[in-house]
Design a protein around this ligand. Structure first.
Ligand SMILES: [Zn+2]
Length: 396
């Protein structure tokens, strides 16, 4: 029998009370209550009555933000029997996302048009994490485990039709891991992105293209990742004297988006810190989550965000990049915000004070005194991570 309290029907499934809400899209940065019903944000307000909800979460002292969006991940293994031995480094999304407040990931071209449907059936439809994808311009994406050094496995029309068929999941095209020197793969990916009106995601490992040439071909809204990589002459945004290259700053000013793309080797303080100090902040915090980065300096989305706080970015700016900026970049403006009616993807975070070390790909450590941790993660209204049992009944 359904019991109602004080004559009120319990119209909300979940109420998060007294948390400090940071919702950059809606310019909210204040203590608020958030009520959830039927998997959606039902109400954001002050003093929503606890009698109106079936379940109550006391978020006093915690931050409540939209579910985080990781712009750069690898979560498809492919069909090869020896995938790991063959260099496929993808991970299972749910194993790493919720514990870091992430509710949406974008796979960065691990699949191409030939195996996207396998990815969809094998992974996307079977994960609780919302998985979107950049489609690799190569027919089998990264699932061959090899850098591509020829242009024979590109079919623009097939890629375009796959993007159009699954436009709710595929958010754009991806080019990367190409060892050749002619521009056919890059231009093909750009052409497919143009035809589908989607962004191009440029992952480096394009050693024979210069960064300046790549950026000059990119359109406003296109995304470059591994923005702060420094391996020999590859991709530096800051020159040998520590000065930010003017063509990099100009590219961001005209609308090219810079994603962190931390990964195992893609993030160097020697690039990121002077770039930040000279005005080039990343637009988004893609982690390049894969088997090796999660156990190296990257660790998790929240670790990358905390690292940027140690570099000097404010909490509000960090949350903006991990939520609303990312949603806009992938043209999914329904995500990354806590508007009433939006899907209830929510991260409840604690901000720890202490002594923390943040590590880059070069083996350097930057010390910081703040670190974000995911206390509670909610995906479409359902609690999928609860670090300290905020939603559990007390044992005694
Ligand atoms: Zn990647």
């Amino acid at each position: 029998m359904l019991v109602t309290v004080c004559g009120f029907a319990q119209q909300y499934d979940l109420l998060i009370k007294n948390g400090h809400v940071i919702d950059p899209k809606n310019n909210i940065n204040a203590v608020k209550d958030i009520a959830i019903a039927n998997g959606k944000i039902a109400k954001v307000g002050n003093d929503i009555s606890a009698t109106e909800t079936k379940k109550l979460i006391d978020a006093t002292g915690l931050y409540v933000v939209p579910g985080l969006i990781d712009m750069h991940t690898h979560v498809f293994v492919g069909s090869r029997a020896n995938a790991f031995a063959d260099g496929i480094n993808s991970v299972s999304a749910d194993d790493f996302t919720f514990r870091s407040g992430v509710t949406t990931v974008v796979d960065a071209g691990t699949s191409g048009w030939q195996n996207f449907t396998l990815f969809k059936e094998q992974v996307i439809e079977r994960s609780q994490t919302r998985i979107l994808a950049f489609l690799n311009i190569y027919e089998q994406g990264l699932s061959t485990g090899q850098a591509v050094d020829n242009t024979s496995n590109i079919n623009i029309d097939s890629a375009v039709s796959m993007v159009r068929r699954y436009k709710d999941i595929i958010v754009g095209l991806r080019i990367g891991h190409y060892d050749g020197s002619d521009w056919t793969p890059f231009n093909s990916a750009l052409e497919a992105a143009n035809k589908t009106n989607t962004p191009l995601f440029v992952e480096c490992h394009l050693p024979k293209y210069s960064l300046q040439d790549q950026l000059s071909k990119m359109r406003p809204g296109d995304i470059i990742t591994h923005s702060y990589e420094q391996i020999s002459e590859r991709m530096p945004v800051v020159d040998s004297t520590g000065k930010l290259e003017s063509f990099v700053f100009d590219a961001q000013k005209r609308g090219v988006l810079f994603d962190v793309g931390h990964g195992g080797a893609g993030f160097w303080f020697s690039q990121a810190v002077p770039a930040f100090q000279q005005g080039l902040a990343p637009n988004t915090f893609g982690t390049d989550m894969h088997r090796f980065s999660v156990n190296a300096g990257m660790k998790s989305m929240l670790n990358v965000m905390s690292k940027y706080m140690a570099i000097g970015m404010s909490l509000e700016d960090v949350v903006l990049r991990a939520t609303w900026n990312a949603a806009k970049a992938i043209h999914h403006e329904g995500l990354g915000n806590l508007s009433e009616g939006a899907v209830a993807d929510i991260a409840v975070l604690s901000l720890q004070n202490g002594k923390f070390g943040f590590v880059d790909a070069g083996g350097y450590r930057l010390d910081g005194n703040k670190k974000l941790e995911a206390e509670l993660t909610i995906r479409a209204g359902k609690i999928v991570w609860d670090l300290n049992g905020l939603s559990a009944k007390p044992f005694r």
